[in-house]
Design a protein around this ligand. Structure first.
Ligand SMILES: [Zn+2]
Length: 264
């Protein structure tokens, strides 16, 4: 059986610094339905740039109309947690944030102490170490080098469940203590690349699942394939238009639409 783990996805991924930014943007923009600050003609807030460790406040302090509430990857556990800003929208109002976790301060090794090697190839490769002074390496991926203040706990960037959010809804992690943590420019580029590889891996997995399930359940598959198709509808309904949508469409269209059309 083919190795379908994240580890194998990273092993076969090219590292092409010139290409990954547009690739990542194409991967994550399906989750970008609209920008309220643009709709309200507000000035772009420049205090949070990609590379900043941010803090997403508790759920009850985030307005109901924030974009973060309308994204499939965001669950209750995302709130009141830090994250790493990976990308910003062209208008400058929004950032795409990858969640940062400390596994309750224990680190990933302690959290997944008991699982087998196969599971580690999948789970361990979904996290990048953030700053190494507290945290030993758990895979072959690079650790993200910190600029500015160090973090208080062993911390990891989750290469999944990222979300777009208005910058104005975010705080800078540690700002209440007068601190500000960023990753270096090289580390930011690496994190963007890694997130893009992980996202591409999920896309491939989902396509394979759809193909496999359609052989057994051709009708159920069409209505029940879940996330990707729903995201696609969502993005079409709330499209920002312009480049972001067209770059996304060129990557994603060969998925469910062409597949379903070919099967009828
Ligand atoms: Zn905007």
């Amino acid at each position: 059986m083919a190795d379908t783990t994240y580890r194998s996805a990273f092993a076969s991924a090219p590292f092409t610094p010139a290409d990954w930014a547009s690739y990542l943007e194409a991967q994550v923009t399906p989750y970008l339905p609209y920008c309220l600050p643009c709709l309200r003609s507000l000035q772009a807030n420049s205090s949070i740039a990609p590379g900043t460790i941010v803090y997403l406040p508790s759920e009850n302090t985030v307005p109901l109309d924030s974009i973060v509430r309308y994204q499939p990857a965001v669950n209750a556990g995302a709130y009141a947690h830090p994250g790493l800003a990976l990308l910003e929208s062209r208008c400058g109002h929004l950032v795409f944030v990858a969640p940062v976790t400390s596994f309750r301060g224990a680190g990933i090794q302690a959290k997944y102490n008991r699982i087998g090697a196969a599971a580690k190839n999948d789970i361990f490769w979904q996290y990048l170490v953030l700053d190494t002074h507290l945290t030993p390496a758990h895979n072959d991926l690079a650790a993200l080098e910190i600029a500015g203040d160090r973090l208080a706990k062993p911390s990891y960037v989750h290469l999944d469940q990222g979300y777009w959010i208005e910058k104005v809804q975010l705080a800078v992690q540690g700002a209440h203590l007068g601190k500000r943590t960023t990753v270096t420019a090289a580390a930011l580029m690496y994190a963007q690349w890694a997130y893009a590889v992980a996202e591409g891996h999920r896309f491939t997995q989902q396509m394979q699942m759809i193909q496999a399930s359609s052989l057994a359940f051709p009708v159920v598959e069409w209505f029940g394939q879940g996330g990707l198709w729903q995201n696609q509808l969502f993005a079409m309904q709330y499209s920002l238009g312009g480049d972001e949508q067209s770059s996304w469409r060129s990557y994603h269209s060969p998925g469910p639409i062409s597949y379903a059309a070919g099967r009828s």
